[in-house]
Structures are given as structure tokens and as C-alpha cells.
Ligand binder design. Sequence first.
Ligand SMILES: Nc1ncnc2c1ncn2[C@@H]1O[C@H](COP(=O)(O)OP(=O)(O)OP(=O)(O)O)[C@@H](O)[C@H]1O
Ligand SMILES: [Mg+2]
Length: 600
Amino acid sequence: MVNICSKQWTNINNELNAKIISELHYEEVIFPDPINTNDWIWEVDGVTWVFKAKQHIWQNLVIDSDSITRNGKPNINSAELITDIAKSIRLDDIILGNLIEEIQQTLYADLIAYQHRNSYSLAQLTVLSGIALQAILKGHPKAIANKGRLGWGVNELARYAPEAAQSFQLHYLAIDKSLTQIGIELPLPLDKESRSEPVNTQALLLAQLMSTADKNRLLDKLNQHGMKSDEYWIIPIHPWQFSQFIVPQFTALFANNSLIDLGVTGDFYQAQQSIRTLSNLTSPTKNDIKLPITILNTSCYRGIPGKYITSGAVLSKTINQLCQQDEFLTQCNLQVLQEWAGIHVPQTTQMRIPGTPYRYNEMLGVIFRQSPAALLQSGQQDKLAAALMQTDNQGNSFIAAYIKDSKLDVQTWLTRLFDCTVIPLYHLMCQYGIALVSHGQNLTILFEDNIPTGLAIKDFHGDLRLVDQEFEELNIFPAHIKKTLTRLPANYLLHDLYTGNFVTVLRFVSPYLQAEMGYSETEFYQLLNARIRHYQAQFPTLKERFELFDLLAPTMEKICINRVRFKVGYQDTSERLLPELGTPIANPLFREQEQHYSIK
Ligand SMILES: Nc1ncnc2c1ncn2[C@@H]1O[C@H](COP(=O)(O)OP(=O)(O)OP(=O)(O)O)[C@@H](O)[C@H]1O
Ligand SMILES: [Mg+2]
């Protein structure tokens, strides 16, 4: 039953309108003007939008969503706002139509997330387990249509979307090994049940997915087909992907027994914020499973490319070793959610078409990743960094609740946060030339008594990049692995931390501390500046690297993600899209009165 309550629908539209105006103002797509310090106006083609807003330290607007009016009328649907914006920028109607579909999908999903959050008090929300938390988070803070999921309808959303918080079993396929690309680094952790059996990779992988009884039933099925189990990989498939893409697009492989359908079985899973990564609800310490789902969500189709499969597992193992051997990173408690194994199966015809849409080359595969629950020591909780910018439905922030509950003052709490998140990531960049896209969904913060005490990183199949210079520290990576990784100039790599974390997480966090705890944004970013300089002072030998990766420069490039879609539209591309640049940002971390770090 679809449950659309008019008041909630109004709230959801108002909130999305506030986000759309705010982010598109930040990205310099629309140009509202201040009437006074609290009231703003945006006029286009005889239409007038008025709203209450405060301009914050990143020059972004934090808008009172209930105050927004169009020609004097409140409670306007987001589709109408988007249509006005489209007129003002002369957006092509084809793109506008598609954008409205994405916005409508986002609104519906936001409504379900809102209803889900409504069943908890703030106190209950702030103690949710890492998995339960995933169901109530608001999603990507910058993308205006952040829950587009084009290709899914209400039934799929009700079954598989994170905010639906439903558990489901996976579909299993046996795949002729000769068709696969793999990257596997053993050992996988064994559970008690499977310890008595001879160790083989397949058994280890299956032990992560199901009980021994389920596994035996699966292997029996394969034998009934007259197939030798050691010639096949058995892998899980997302049930939706199975019926929507795998059966119709890989039919020839079913016909010649290269693929064998083994049906639905095994442990129950629930979607994380990224939708395609699933947590094991039957045994939460078992691996998270990342599966391709060919839907367009935020910036791209969410498949799994073959490109990183052979390197991902070695990469995560190498980074893990590095984090354990580096004394500073150990002190910071930087942990790695290891990606033990990846398997990919190309679609044989599509792979021979060089310019085919990338989504056709990413339909079938799996990545096994250590779950945050497996890392937790007693007394620790895991929370996506995105939780720092989350509120309850009344607008009370989680971060203020965490700080109050921790009994620390704001400055001490933030010092802990920066020291275990920003600083180790910056060290990874300066000491080793390694960066990871550090947005709120890629970072898992480890908390003890509501105090940040560590960080777990993940997403090594594509979101980890290296500097394009030959730092000798990069020799920890085998040459063939280095070759598969994206290399970026230092001033680009810096944005994995600066834009990924400061602009895409902290920009949304600092206004809450100002509003709810009287901790100004100036203090917030000066503290961050101080922690970075405190770190730099400990590593005088890295002076040149600090100049190369300068987080404290007076201005920084502004990276705009929404503008890309307006420009490129929705047609298929053979590569993922690249962001656009806006006018440089006056860096809130820059402090003019202090001598800037310099080796000159
Ligand atoms: N706060 C957030 N910041 C960034 N992305 C978010 C956030 N919340 C939800 N998301 C969603 O998570 C995904 C982030 O993309 P990304 O490529 O980092 O992850 P992924 O590879 O899909 O999954 P995983 O991180 O589980 O490996 C997108 O689908 C995005 O819409
Ligand atoms: Mg991610």
C-alpha cells in the first residue's frame, strides 16, 4: 500500500526545494540576491521566489525550508522549482524531463526515509547500530536528485532500497571459471562451522554467504547438472539484477552451461546507503557484499567494472599492511575494511565494442568486503561519517547529540574527530601519495561512548587513487597493480580529501554546531587548521609534500557535480562523467594572520 500523507509530502518538497536552491546557488547555476541578512529573493521570467536564509562560511545558503514561497505562495512542489530553474538556464527539455523523473523518484524515496525516521526519537536515532543507521540517513548532501535510482519502481524500492530496511536473500549462479576475471587474497576469516572442512577458496567464499547446510544444497544442485564444482565460481547476484539483466543479457551462457542458475538461498541481507553494498543481517560480522545494480543513481550506473577487479584485493591488503606498519596511522587508529575478493564476468559481445555504454560492461560481478561489525572492539560502534550531518525530523542534529552525550566540550570532541579522520587521510596523501574519495558514505567512524576514536576506510575498487608523481613510497604496490590505478596530479588528488570531506561533509556539519551549540564556523575551521598544522609540525621531513598538497591555501577550486548533468544530460556514455569547476572558493581553512606553511 502506498502511503502518501499530504503534510509529509509538503515537508519533503520544501526540504528538497531548500537543498536545490542552496546547492544550485553554491554551484553558480542560479543567483538569488539578499534583501537583507535573512531574506533572499530570486526572480526569473516574471516569477519570484522568496525565502529566509543565512549565508555561511563556504558562501553557501542554509535555507529555512518552510519559508520558501513562489509568487507569494508557500509549499511548492520541487518539479515546479526545477522547471523555473530550467527556464533560467535554458535547459534542454529532454534533460529537464529526465531530471524531473529523477527528482520525483528522490522525493518518493525521501518520503519513505522520513516515515522511517519518524518512528524513532532523537535519542533512539543516535544509538542505532551501523546497519540500522543506514536506513535513516538522508543520502548524498550535494546531488539534488540523490535518490534517482532510474529503473526502479515502488516495488523495488520497497524491497531493496536502504530506507525500506528490508532483508532479502540473494540469487546464486555458478559461472565457468574461464569466463571470469578475479582478484582474491586469502585467507578469508573462517567461521566455526567451516573450519573442519578442507580449505578451498570457493568454500571460504561460500562460508561468508550461507550456512554449511545451504552451501551443501547448492553444491548438490551443481552436481545434479553433471558439472564439476571446481570448474565454476559460485557467486551471489542481486535478485533484481538477476531478472532484469542477467537472464536476458547472458542467455547464451545459460544455454551452453557456462552459467548455471542455483536459485535463491543463504543469509539475509540489507542495503547500505550505496544501495549496491549489502550487510549480512543473519551474521553481521560476515562480509558485506557489493553487487552490480544497473540503475542510474546520482552520478552513474551502479555496476561493477572489471577494470579494478584483479587489483582490488591486493590493493586493500597492501593498504591494510601499510596502516598497520605506519606508527602514526596506528596511533590514529586508521583501519581498513578489507576487500578480500572480487569476481567479474564481462558480457562477451559488449566487451568487444570499444565505445559501448559502460553500464553494459558492469552487469555481473561481486566484491567481498570485511564488514565494519567485524572490526569493532568491545564498546565500539560504527557510524558512517554521513551521520554527522543527519538530523531527526524536527531538525535536531545527531552531532550535537553525540557531543552532549560524550560529556566533552565541543572543541575537545572536534579535535578527536579531526585527529582520527582528516589527519590520517592527509598523512596517507602526503606520506604515500594515496587518496581515497572521502565523502560521508566512504568513511566509517568508530565511536566509543559517542567519541570518535578511529576510522575505517573502504571502496578500493575505483575510489582509491595515486599521485601521478613517482613517490618512492608508492613502491609498496606491485608494478602491475600500480598500472591499473588512476593517477592524478597532486592538485586534483587533494580534492579527494578537500572536496570529498571538507566540502561534502564538514560544510554541512558546521552550521549545526553554530546553531545548536553556539560554536562558530570560524572557530570550527580554525580548529581544523590548527590540527592540520599540529600534524605538519610533527613531520618536518614532509615539508615539500605539504606544499604540494596544500589544504590551507587562500583559495581552492570549486567542484560542481549538479552542473555536469545539466550539461551532459542523460544519454549513455562510454565513460563515467567528470565534474565541472566553478569560481574558486575562499578557503575557510586559510588564516591570513598566520604565516602560511612554507619551506621558502
Ligand atoms: N552522504 C553521502 N555521500 C556520498 N554518497 C552518498 C551519501 N549517502 C548516500 N550516498 C550514495 O552512496 C553512493 C556513493 O558512491 P560510491 O561510489 O562512493 O559508493 P559505492 O561504490 O556505490 O559503494 P560502497 O562505498 O559501498 O563501495 C552513491 O550511490 C550515493 O548516492
Ligand atoms: Mg562508496
